[in-house]
Design a protein around this ligand. Structure first.
Ligand code: BGC
Length: 474
């Protein structure tokens, strides 16, 4: 072989072999080098106004541990989670709250979104609070105040007390009054500490998973019932809203307002898999219109109206629901697509999405713009109440955070009059991820469940540095 031909062969091998290896998936984890704090130069720190909140989130059942009165406890003991995991001690956050709040401060955060556990506070029925549990939550608020951390309190986050679920009181509607009493108790006891209340977290997801798909307790598979439960959440929210407004008369943070009450909704951009397929376009429109808009549109009118052309119109008037939002909480994780072919209808993460989380969910920062634009017409202040990624290896989390915050910064520059008040990351620590158990890791801090040690992830350094640059800009 001539020297010339040999050189060509080597060049060909040199290029094709690595490419072939890459395409065979030999290096599936090589995508891009992780971001470090040094990469933040040039980030648009000025887009975030002074006073913008920076927070992290959790929910009671996912972190507290020994949540024995909640409906998830027997559900897990009966082996009904997909993973088979039981929440058990979770991250033992109920006992380790103070140290976890130090970790929150160590990341330059100023806001903690967490849930007060209805099952722990009312283990036996709607009228008999557990004083020991309430006294422990008193200590949470003392710890928050001592650290100058703003509490944002969720009242219903995917779990209910066993006595609610055993008698399907959400299905029957009795839980509306039960929940109102719970909200009244929390507002009376902690209204002096709390101004930011989230009544219900992702009501559509809770109703869908618990009463239609049967993957959360109570494990029902009944579309009509799921729909009724969803509207019962709207009524429960309305009753809690009016009660908190009446009972929480203390302005905890001195901004002139005693309570700001909202709902945290998963706002999902839904797109046709094939942009030229009119059936998929129509389905995507209907799904997005229903899941993102049902609650918000009904809130403007006080009439429950899914407003799905050709299927559902207004069907029940509940005037006490009207205008019961002081802000909209957006939980944004990703987009979804609708695909329609001979195999049926598929709705979920786009197949073959190039960048996905540990849970196979597409990493899609531009979708945050669509979510924001979905809620802007409602004219309410907006808080990003959740945004995060399952990433046990912490290889994509820094990019995930910075890319979503870049999208947010750009949006705030483009729409300076839209009041976007804060960004809350999911989650402070790893936790019990519902049906998927402990494997998905969402934490800025890794939890070693054998020892309960918390280990700060490198991506948390990037997030903390970004916040510090925003807060300390000249
Ligand atoms: C829920 C959280 C959950 C997170 C990650 C959110 O929709 O509110 O409870 O852990 O998604 O899956």
């Amino acid at each position: 072989m001539s020297t010339h031909r040999r050189a060509r062969l080597f060049t060909w091998l040199g290029i094709s072999l690595p490419l072939a290896a890459l395409s065979c998936g030999l290096f599936p984890t090589i995508r891009f080098a992780p971001l470090t704090p040094a990469h933040l130069d040039g980030f648009d720190v000025g887009a975030f106004p002074p006073g913008f909140f920076w927070g992290a989130a959790s929910s009671a059942h996912q972190v507290e541990g020994n949540d024995i009165h909640s409906d998830w406890w027997p559900w897990e003991q009966a082996g009904k989670t997909k993973s088979g995991d039981k929440s058990g001690l979770a991250t033992d956050h109920f006992n380790r709250f103070e140290a976890d709040m130090d970790r929150l401060l160590a990341l330059n955060l100023d806001t903690y979104r967490f849930s007060l556990n209805w099952a722990r506070l009312f283990p036996n029925g709607p009228d008999t609070p557990d004083e020991a549990a309430a006294a422990r939550y008193d200590e949470f608020f003392v710890a928050l105040k001592a650290r100058n951390i703003r509490p944002m309190v969720t009242l219903l986050h995917f779990t209910s007390p066993q006595w609610v679920t055993d008698a399907d009181r959400w299905g029957s509607g009795h839980a509306i009054e039960d929940f109102r009493k719970f909200a009244a108790f929390c507002a009376a006891r902690w209204g002096k500490d709390v101004d930011w209340w989230v009544t219900v977290n992702e009501p559509d997801v809770y109703a869908f998973h618990g009463w239609l798909r049967g993957i959360f307790p109570p494990g029902k598979l009944d579309g009509a019932l799921a729909f009724r439960v969803f509207t019962n959440f709207m009524k429960a929210h309305a009753e809690a809203y009016h009660t908190i407004k009446q009972v929480d008369t203390v302005d905890a943070d001195g901004d002139g307002k005693t309570s700001q009450i909202g709902v945290a909704q998963l706002i999902v951009p839904v797109e046709a898999f094939n942009a030229f397929n009119p059936t998929e376009q129509a389905l995507a429109y209907v799904v997005a219109h229903f899941i993102n808009g049902f609650w918000l549109r009904s809130n403007e009118t006080g009439v429950f109206n899914p407003d799905v052309p050709g299927f559902f119109g207004p069907f029940e008037s509940y005037p006490r629901f009207k205008n019961t939002l002081d802000f909209i909480g957006i939980n944004y994780y990703s987009r979804q697509i609708v695909r329609f072919d001979l195999g049926g209808i598929f709705w979920g993460t786009p197949p073959e999405a190039p960048f996905v989380s540990q849970l196979g969910i597409e990493i899609y920062p531009p979708g945050l713009t669509d979510s924001l634009l979905t809620v802007v017409p409602f004219g309410l202040p907006i808080v990003i109440t959740e945004n995060g990624i399952a990433d046990a290896a912490d290889k994509d989390r820094a990019q995930y955070i910075v890319s979503h915050l870049s999208v947010l910064a750009e949006f705030m520059r483009a729409f300076p009059r839209v009041p976007i008040l804060g960004y809350v990351h999911w989650s402070l620590t790893d936790n019990f991820e519902w049906e998927n158990g402990f494997a998905p890791r969402f934490g800025l801090y890794e939890v070693d469940y054998a020892t309960q040690a918390r280990i700060r992830r490198p991506s948390a350094d990037v997030f903390a540095e970004l916040i510090s640059r925003v807060k300390n800009r000249p």
